[in-house]
Write a new protein. Structure first.
Length: 422
């Protein structure tokens, strides 16, 4: 109990006692002495009460951040103990899910409908310290995830933000107008304006479903639990990560796919510039300059770049002067930090044409707004097929996820095409 509350209760008791004694017409000496003692204690408690309030107010301010984030930390701790092998065994043998895994499943079911067992996206992160069956390569320890997006995805490294949506469509009003200030031309003149404040809604809709089918043999089900845990998580992570990453950038918008950022640049209103020459730092520098002129970036270090491995190979071998050994890649990384450059052969199309040419994507986070939004509805729904592998005693499961992609502000993205590799 807080000290201020204890003191307040004591003050109330003193007031009640004093009220009873003060009502007597002829109090005894003991009663008079008691009133004097209570009066002195009451005055002393007033000082203690004010001091307690000051101290507790400081404690509340110090603990405010912890209280605000405690819910998120508790959920992360629960998900960290989530066991995918319990899901597999529940689907294969009907075994009851227990412990923290059951708590997570119950919480997810309360927030959305699932035909199978819901698996949180965080549970697909590979973990360290797992025992692996003999002959199976050890899993690589995965870095901390970015906004619940798979850490190795190019989308995460390009600043995409993954949004968790329970149900329905979600829209983000993004400011698209250009409000400007102006000086009054004279003592009685009006200032500039008025300028219309306009916004554009960027919608995420649950119209695209991503799925992966996994076949778990009877032998795998009978192996040690941690081996099955790692295998299921690793395979599901890889399959869904590759498909999601490719769709974010190269999705056609047809055949059940979302419209990707690069493939749908014209639809999103993203500027596409044709370099039409050998790839060089000069081509990137011109587009970085355009970002800064448009106030979408404050410096080259605020820009992120997505490139093909073949482009890195060409730039790193294109010497400015053979005597100095400086390459185009060296010039690029002097202004754009290497940590801001993501290389992927999955998120960008392979070089084509003669000479071979490829594309690159530049992005920046302006005003704290991510350039790309990736919406995920609920958790991954894991459903069992009891008939497909019944003859061999295996388990066939399907993992379904609903996701969509949209662009916040086209000015935060730019596609650079025609980067020739010769």
């Amino acid at each position: 109990m807080l000290d201020s509350v204890k003191i307040a209760r004591r003050q109330s008791e003193i007031r009640q006692a004093l009220a009873g004694l003060a009502g007597k017409e002829s109090p005894t000496e003991d009663e008079v002495r008691t009133m004097d003692e209570m009066d002195a204690e009451y005055r002393q408690n007033e000082t203690r009460y004010r001091a307690a309030l000051v101290a507790e107010d400081e404690e509340r301010r110090d603990a405010k951040g912890e209280l605000e984030t405690r819910g998120g930390r508790e959920w992360s701790e629960l998900v960290a103990a989530f066991e995918l092998r319990q899901v597999a065994l529940a689907l294969a043998e009907g075994r009851e899910i227990d412990g923290r895994t059951a708590e997570v499943v119950t919480e997810l079911r309360s927030q959305g409908g699932y035909r199978g067992v819901p698996v949180p996206w965080l549970a697909l992160e590979a973990r360290a310290g797992e025992t692996i069956a003999g002959g199976t390569p050890d899993p690589v320890t995965t870095r901390p995830i970015i906004d619940r997006l798979f850490p190795d995805l190019a989308a995460g490294r390009m600043g995409a933000q993954m949004i968790a949506i329970e149900s329905g469509s979600t829209e983000w009003p993004v400011v698209t107008s250009s409000v400007a200030a102006g000086w009054a031309d004279g003592e009685l003149a009006d200032v500039a304006g008025p300028t219309t404040f306009a916004t554009t809604d960027r919608a995420l809709k649950p119209e695209q479903n991503l799925g992966v089918q996994m076949k778990i043999s009877r032998k795998a089900l009978k192996q040690s639990g941690a081996a099955l845990e790692a295998a299921v998580r690793r395979d599901m992570n890889s399959a869904m990560g590759v498909a999601l990453d490719r769709a974010i950038f190269l999705g056609t918008g047809a055949n059940g796919q979302p419209l990707g950022v690069v493939a749908g640049a014209a639809t999103y209103g993203i500027t596409a510039t044709d370099a039409g020459a050998s790839a060089s730092w000069a081509a990137f520098r011109a587009r970085v300059t355009a970002f800064m002129v448009a106030n979408a970036a404050g410096s080259p270090s605020a820009v992120r770049a997505l490139i093909r491995p073949e482009l890195w190979d060409f730039l790193d071998g294109a010497y400015i002067d053979t005597g100095t050994g400086v390459t185009e890649w060296d010039r690029l990384t002097r202004s754009v930090p290497p940590g801001n450059i993501a290389m992927s052969s999955n998120a960008l199309a392979a070089p084509t044409g003669s000479p071979l040419a490829c594309s690159a994507l530049l992005s920046t986070a302006a005003g704290g707004v991510a350039p790309i939004f990736v919406g995920a509805w609920g958790a991954v729904d894991v459903i069992r097929d009891p008939f497909a592998d019944a003859a061999s005693g295996g388990l066939r499961i399907t993992a379904l996820a609903t996701a969509d992609v949209t662009v916040a502000r086209p000015a935060q993205l730019e596609v650079l095409t025609g980067l020739e590799l010769a």
